[in-house]
Ligand binder design. Structure first.
Ligand code: ADP
Length: 500
């Protein structure tokens, strides 16, 4: 059995099926009992009324005419035939004087009525109902009758002549017809039970389509999801709990899909990162190895050559150091652990420092480095060292990608509560389709030229991280062959003036 498969009796449809049938059987049993009782009661009620009616009519006739009158005999026979009862007439002593069952049974050929034959003339009846009726009361009784060996309905009506009890009319009706009816009802209920089972089965099948199908489909999709396949979608059309479950499952699938995709991207980035770092480390390390080995083997012949080797080794060490520093910075930025030593920063001062540091390099390459800083600039709330790092990075890049005769300019503007700093150059520019990627770590536009200025492609990623940590924004505009402008905006510290 696969995961998610269920046995019929454990399945929802199976459980429903059983419940339906148990329910139907209980209801039908109950109905059967209630109907039998109701029918019997109803029949008894009707029949006894009729018997008492007929009895009363006969008693009235008998009160007027003596029993020897042939009309009385005919009347008794007639009545016995259509009330479906045996009629016995007794005198005040309880002696049977006439009996419709004596030698003539008419229509009342029911089983158990043979006992009627015992009611012959001259037999003395001494039952409870006889004693009771001879006291002048109308008696109605239902129950098993000893003499007839069957369940009978008995009605006894006294014959009252001139205020005296002159005898009684006894009517015995069998309960057979109602027993037959009850039997029929029970049979009908049995058929209904069979029908209920059929209906339950059909209903379960219909419900299986409605309930189980989507559930089974969801089950399959959940199993697919566990295997990493998120293509399956459950139909969400029903408005009930199953529809809600379907919607949740689809949502879950969607979210898991996004998450797995994100995880894949992260994993890919991590691998790419390790590859990039190894690549960046390899070149300086092979330089270091090569030149130290050359020194060890006393390869350089002159002192000048020797010091040249040492300065290469020194440069490469610095380069490695920068790389490691950058990686650490980047790590802190990406982990959100970049600690800013915030304080009021005077941007004009900072720019002066940066210009003084990079001026020699600019002059060396025939590049004009200029700063346009207005008076009375507001202070910036930030980390002076980190902001200097940003400026040095941007200006170094500008110097890096410009040539002799070009201009690199730093320009600051106060823009309504925010300070805008532009670092622009008239250098080579960046191709438009590469612009969105320059912020990514290790991204270099001209992959072939990386060694020249020692760029690793980490600088702009760090710059962006630092500006973001200050609550600022940075953007870039560039025209290939015309130059590049980096613009960043920083929130100002407060209403204080420059140098305050
Ligand atoms: P790198 O250390 O290589 O300079 P950055 O992250 O600072 O790395 O810059 C990423 C890339 O963006 C550089 O390799 C360079 O191709 C391009 N770039 C950055 N600044 C400029 C600029 N001022 N002019 C032209 N290209 C630039």
């Amino acid at each position: 059995m696969k995961a998610g498969d269920v046995m019929f009796f454990r399945s929802i449809v199976g459980k429903l099926w059983i419940s339906f049938i148990v329910f139907a059987v209980i209801i039908l049993l109950f109905l059967g009992l209630v109907f039998s009782e109701l029918f019997a009661g109803f029949y008894y009620e009707l029949k006894s009324e009729k018997l008492v009616d007929d009895g009363t009519r006969l008693a009235e006739i008998l009160a007027e005419y003596p029993i020897s009158n042939p009309m009385v005999g005919r009347q008794v026979e007639f009545m016995a035939s259509f009330v479906d009862a045996n009629i016995t007439i007794i005198d005040p002593e309880g002696m049977v004087r006439m009996c419709s069952g004596s030698g003539y049974m008419g229509r009342s050929a029911h089983r158990g009525m043979t006992g009627m034959m015992m009611m012959q003339h001259g037999v003395r009846l001494n039952t409870d109902e006889v004693n009771e009726v001879l006291k002048g009361n109308v008696v109605v009784k239902r129950g098993y009758h000893q003499d007839f060996e069957t369940t009978l309905l008995t009605a006894a009506v006294p014959i009252i002549r001139d205020g005296e009890i002159a005898g009684a009319v006894l009517l015995y009706a069998p309960m057979e017809p109602i027993s037959e009816t009850i039997k029929t009802v029970r049979l009908l209920i049995l058929y209904a039970g069979g029908g209920a089972i059929v209906v339950a089965t059909v209903l379960s099948l219909v419900l299986s389509r409605k309930i189980t199908r989507p559930l089974l489909k969801m089950n399959r999709i959940a199993l697919d999801m566990a295997r990493g396949d998120f293509t399956g979608q459950v139909p969400e059309d029903s408005r009930d709990e199953i529809g809600a479950l379907a919607r949740s499952l689809n949502y879950l699938s969607q979210e898991l899909k996004k998450k797995t995709a994100a995880e894949k991207r992260i994993e890919q980035r991590r691998r790419q990162f390790v590859a990039n770092v190894s690549h960046e480390l390899r070149t300086p390390l092979s330089y270091l190895q090569g030149y130290t080995e050359a020194l060890k083997d006393d390869l350089p012949k002159t002192e000048e050559e020797r010091s040249n080797y040492l300065s290469i080794i020194h440069d490469e060490t610095l380069r490695l150091r920068r790389l490691v520093d950058d990686l650490l910075d980047l790590h802190r930025i990406e982990e959100g652990k970049l600690v800013l030593e915030r304080g009021p920063v005077a941007m004009d001062e900072l720019i002066k420092v940066v210009v003084s540091k990079l001026e020699p390099r600019a002059r060396e390459n025939g590049i004009k480095l200029e700063a346009i800083v207005p008076e009375g600039l507001p202070l910036v709330a930030g980390d002076a060292d980190r902001l200097e790092q940003v400026l040095i990075n941007l200006v170094s890049n500008a110097l890096q990608y410009t040539g002799s005769g070009d201009v690199v300019r730093i320009e600051v503007k106060d823009r309504a509560g925010r300070l805008q700093v532009k670092v622009s150059d008239t250098g080579e520019g960046i191709p438009e389709d590469e612009l969105p990627y320059i912020w990514e770590r290790f991204y270099k536009v001209d992959k072939a030229r990386t060694r020249k200025g020692g760029g690793t492609g980490l600088g702009l990623a760090i710059v962006k991280g630092i500006i973001a940590a200050h609550g600022g924004e940075i953007s870039v505009e560039s025209m290939l062959g015309k130059g590049t402008t980096f613009t960043f905006i920083l929130p100002v510290a407060g209403p204080m003036g420059a140098g305050g």
